[in-house]
Ligand binder design. Structure first.
Ligand SMILES: C[S@@+](CC[C@H](N)C(=O)[O-])C[C@H]1O[C@@H](n2cnc3c(N)ncnc32)[C@H](O)[C@@H]1O
Length: 315
């Protein structure tokens, strides 16, 4: 494992620590601990007495986190699991209520850089894309076995790819595909090569396959509603998203949960009995500074949203 990975810069790290309202002695869950960059900053800011439970589906990432956080070993527990089971894991570990829950979604730049993981169309590797080796479906299964219409649906839905049908048809014609670079070439054949400064034509296809392989939106939709039960009064939920599908899910969750009524706007009388359980923090998404984007291009698409759990008496 390259030591440079340890230097991986967490996105908007100061903003995350501030948004989580990290305090000495606080208890935090990092649901996507990755290489532990955010976790390290949280642990530093929560000294003395802070603690952190770090989750990740990827055992390789957890190993990196373990090494990066070794000076805080006594205050950290790392567990390999899907953050979709965050409430159950915290209960089992007697780690609740917590002061903050962080989700930094998607894949890390280290996963992208590891050719053998199959996340990158720029590096030759197998069509894998699983966060965890325990998962059964790989990108190769979807690319080579799914019906053409189902494949197009995945590209459209998770990649917001407008040329999904054309790409799916060409993939079907070229089956079986074995490697990332083979797939990238087939996408280029279907829709043409890269145009000047636009992103590579395979970007959306790879994003879609990764989301489908890992059921990423399902994990997010399953985890968000667990935040209320997990957080103590005024505990903070902080989510960093890197594409519009995830950001939309987070935004809709926070908007809905910070309103006292969720009846359709035209309905004259409220019948929903819904009560706000969170307060939205900030007017909308918080984005990285230009200086950060210049130093770390991966931060470019980041959007951070923050919500504070209201005390039970207010909800
Ligand atoms: C953007 S990286 C996190 C980087 C981390 N914040 C840091 O400072 O190093 C996202 C991480 O989330 C993990 N991940 C993605 N989906 C997950 C899920 N459903 N459950 C647990 N971990 C997940 C990935 O394996 C990856 O390591």
């Amino acid at each position: 494992m390259a030591e440079t990975a340890i230097d991986h810069a967490p996105v908007m790290v100061d903003e995350v620590v501030e948004a989580l309202n990290v305090r000495p002695g606080g208890r935090y869950v990092d649901g996507t601990v990755g290489a532990g960059g955010h976790a390290l900053a949280i642990l530093k800011a929560s000294e003395p007495g802070g603690s952190l439970l770090g989750l990740d589906r990827d055992p390789v990432a957890l190993e990196r986190a373990r090494r990066r956080l070794k000076e805080y070993a006594a205050d950290v527990k790392l567990i390999q699991c899907d953050y979709a089971s965050v409430a159950e894991v915290c209960e089992r570990e007697s780690f609740a209520p917590v002061h903050g829950l962080l989700l930094d979604l998607g894949m890390s730049s280290m996963q992208l850089d590891e050719a053998e993981r199959g996340f990158s169309f720029q590096r030759e590797g197998p069509l894998d894309m699983r966060f965890s080796p325990d998962q059964t479906i790989t990108a190769a299964d979807i690319v080579n076995k799914y019906d053409r219409n189902d494949l197009a649906d995945i590209l459209r839905r998770y990649g917001e790819e407008t040329r999904a049908k054309r790409i799916a048809r060409r993939i079907e014609e070229r089956r079986p595909l074995h490697t990332t670079t083979e797939l990238a070439k087939v996408v280029e054949e279907a829709v043409g090569g890269r145009v000047r400064r636009q992103s590579h034509p395979a970007t959306r296809t790879f994003q879609a396959l990764r989301i489908a392989v890992n059921q990423e939106l399902l994990s997010l939709d399953t985890a968000l509603p667990q935040a209320y039960g997990l957080l103590g009064d005024f505990g903070r939920l902080v989510v960093l998203a890197y594409h519009s599908l995830e950001d939309r899910a987070v935004k809709e969750f926070i908007n809905r949960e910070s309103r006292d009524c969720i009846c359709p706007p035209k309905q004259p009388v409220c019948t929903c009995d819904h009560k706000a359980r969170f307060r939205r923090v900030g007017r909308g998404a918080i984005t990285p500074t230009e200086a950060e984007v210049e130093a770390n291009p991966r931060a470019r698409s980041a959007k951070m949203r923050v919500a504070e759990r209201l005390p039970a008496s207010a909800a």
